[in-house]
Write a protein that binds this ligand. Structure first.
Ligand code: IVH
Length: 679
């Protein structure tokens, strides 16, 4: 084949394959077999490669471009607004009455399903996809074009004619339930966190930096709105029909309705039929069909006056409550969980449901043996929302909440104003120990690559680790090939195991964490009330773990940002033998237990303690503190008789001044300080 012939063939194949994609993904009406399609695609790939020639809308190059670090921000030409919504048909009637009063024109409605995904704006120039932008805050969104191009049903070059030179199609990116389930299963097996619902998975996928991963997710894109300076036709319905001919995936779940009776019929039909669909819907969008009426009605600040969303009520089912379990979360919070007679709900079998907390159980008066109403909203975990008292058998015992932790036996506590009971045994209750290790490895703490929540749970349950120090004893041989069975029925088995590369990454990540600075190590220990900032302050003030451990309450209270609660928490943490044993082990394996010394510029202030107050003209507040430390001085937060200097800037509080004077502490101004540190 010569170059000319190859180019012609590439043009032909590109056109044919794009049409086949459209037939398959949009019209759901393929005209060739998958095998033939694949053969044509292979031929195209080969020719493109051989002749180094391809067209911008090449179906073989949907996954292209380098991974991006940050998405470009793009301002929407027309803001992406939301819709006013309602759960009530009476309010829909009010909507109809209201807008009929606002216009003299005759109009009808279109009804469409409300797709529960992530909104997207596709911008076309000269019939070619120019940009795909997420909703963002409605005014500005992320340019996710290379990710959107991986969705086969999104046309890169439009068919036919009649569309404006520049226009936008808006729609929703969805992840079908089937793909969502496959994705979550794979994530579970890889020990990654699960997506709560297809909506989160869709918006999460759009924000991935690598289009080749997005391509594997099998996203779908439904289009439902057109916007341009001029409209080729006069109604929304006709526009969508044309858009379908131009190549857009306009879903068929749409009807023209001349009055509210027809609108209600559409709603009633789909409230039922939607359970058969492979994607999430949460309502029906009712739009005025005529653009001239839309224009007349206009917009409020948030939403168009010519459209409204009717939201479906969450799906519910009845089941019998068999027993109640109490789960202890990683923070010690106790969650009551209902075990139910298995029931079908929104496409899945439900056996367990959340009962939230004691107050809700009491207000519903739920008892074991009751027939309960289970509801599935947007989240994976269904909840119990009611009890059918008419079906209650005689003699059911009133529910009582447990008093002791089901994991460690400690007496539960409940704080004023909080709904949840919790187990106060934070450092020795197994789920809380797991929580502690998960915190230890987290990004802002030891930042151990290769490990995540699921792996920690797994290793803990296997007995490989009992606390954070055990991580440093893990070996490659222990991890490589480690297996677990993920089947939840106890019959079939679904074995997953740790592969070579993953085992290697984990060990390397653990090794690298030995370089994490002392302040973050301190934060990683998960001592109650010691957050990132406090850990930083403690590390600076104490300089090392040994010195911190030696501090008494008064000394701790002198440290900036440390109050009674934090001081008490530190003291009791250091009193616990097992914590000390763990610290010793961490020290032995080489974890940083000392702060890196700030570069010392001089010793002029050695042994002197300072309280800094007010504002300064030659230094920022942090700057002057750094200068004190750089010359060997120490910072404390409150004035005591032991304080050497109060460094007073402008606007120093009168109370501090009085205290310093009373205790006879020397008060110096910025100039005097500068003289002190002069070389
Ligand atoms: S029309 C001016 N039609 O619902 C607003 N929106 O709550 C035009 N949505 O952000 C939106 N399905 O992401 C429209 N058939 C549909 C829809 C739909 C889902 C989403 C959309 C919007 C949100 C509004």
């Amino acid at each position: 084949m010569n170059t000319e012939e190859a180019k012609n063939r590439i043009h032909q194949l590109t056109e044919d394959l794009n049409r086949h994609n459209y037939n398959y993904y949009v019209l759901d009406n393929p005209t060739i077999s998958d095998y033939d399609f694949d053969m044509l695609m292979k031929e195209l790939e080969k020719l493109e490669e051989e002749f180094d020639y391809y067209l911008p809308d090449s179906p073989a190059r949907r996954v292209g471009g380098e991974p991006v670090k940050d998405f470009q921000q793009v301002q929407h030409r027309i803001p992406m607004l939301s819709l006013s919504n309602t759960y009530s048909k009476d309010e829909l009637l009010d909507f109809d009455t209201r807008i009929r009063k606002l216009t003299e024109q005759d109009f009808d409605y279109t009804c469409e399903l409300k797709y529960d995904g992530s909104a997207i704006s596709l911008q076309y120039k000269g019939g070619i996809l120019d940009k795909a932008v997420t909703r963002g805050d409605g005014k500005t969104g992320d340019d996710v074009t290379s990710n959107i191009k991986t969705i086969n049903s999104v046309p890169i070059k439009l068919f036919g004619s009649g569309y404006p030179e520049e226009f936008e199609m808006r729609g929703e990116v969805l992840l079908p339930f089937s793909s969502f389930n496959t994705l979550n299963k794979a994530r579970e097996e890889a020990g990654e966190s699960l997506f709560a619902n297809p909506r989160n998975a869709a918006s999460g996928s759009l924000k991935l930096q690598d289009p080749s991963i997005v391509a594997k997710r099998k996203l779908e894109c439904f289009l439902y709105a057109f916007s341009a300076e001029t409209y080729p036709v006069s109604t929304h319905y006709e526009t969508l029909r044309n858009a379908k001919d131009w190549g857009f995936n306009v879903p068929p779940y749409i009807a023209r309705c001349k009055d509210m009776d027809e609108v209600f019929a559409f709603i009633d039909e789909w409230d039922n039929a939607r359970t058969e669909l492979d994607f999430a819907t949460d309502g029906v969008v009712i739009k005025v069909n005529q653009y001239s009426v839309q224009d007349e009605l206009g917009f409020t600040a948030k939403s168009p006056r010519w459209a409204v969303a009717y939201k479906f009520k969450a799906e519910q089912a009845q089941s019998r409550l068999l027993s109640i379990d109490f789960q202890v979360g990683r923070t010690g919070a106790i969650t009551p969980v209902a075990n139910l007679e298995p029931v079908q709900l929104a496409g899945t079998t439900v056996k367990r449901a959340s009962l939230h907390n004691e107050d809700i159980i009491r207000s519903l008066d739920v008892r074991v043996g009751d027939t309960v109403l289970v509801e599935k909203g947007g989240e994976i975990i269904p909840k119990i929302v009611g009890v059918d008292l008419a079906l209650r058998p005689e003699g059911l015992k009133e529910f009582t909440f447990i008093e002791n932790c089901p994991e460690c036996g400690t007496k539960l506590e409940r704080n004023d104003g909080e709904a949840a009971w919790f187990c106060p045994n934070a450092y020795h209750c197994p789920p809380q120990i797991k929580g502690g290790i998960i915190h230890f490895i987290s990004r802002k703490a030891m930042d151990i690559d290769g490990l995540g929540e699921e792996k920690i749970e797994w290793f803990f349950d296997e007995g490989l680790i009992k606390n954070a120090a055990d991580l440093y004893d893990l070996t490659y041989d222990q991890l490589f090939g480690l297996q677990r069975d993920l089947s939840d029925d106890g019959v079939t088995s679904r074995i997953v195991s740790i592969q070579e590369k993953s085992a290697h990454n984990i060990i390397q990540g653990i090794e690298e964490s030995k370089n994490v600075p002392f302040a973050r190590v301190l934060y990683a220990l998960g001592i109650r009330h010691v957050g990132e900032t406090v850990a930083q302050k403690l590390a600076e003030a104490a300089g090392s773990m040994d010195d911190l451990r030696k501090m008494n309450q008064l000394e701790l209270l002198m440290i900036e940002d440390v109050g009674q609660k934090i001081a008490d928490s530190l003291l009791s943490w250091f009193e616990d033998e097992s914590n000390i044993a763990m610290l010793d082990r961490l020290k032995r394996v080489g974890i940083q237990m000392e702060a890196e010394k700030a570069e010392l510029k001089g010793e002029q202030l050695a042994g002197k303690t300072f309280v800094v107050s007010g504002v300064f003209s030659n230094y920022s507040r942090d700057g002057i503190k750094d200068a004190i430390k750089a010359h060997g001085g120490k910072l404390v937060s409150s004035i005591s008789a032991k304080t050497d200097y109060v460094l007073a800037g402008e606007n120093m509080g009168p109370a501090k001044l009085a205290k310093a004077e009373k205790l006879g502490v020397q008060i110096i101004a910025e100039e005097e300080f500068m003289a002190l540190i002069e070389p």
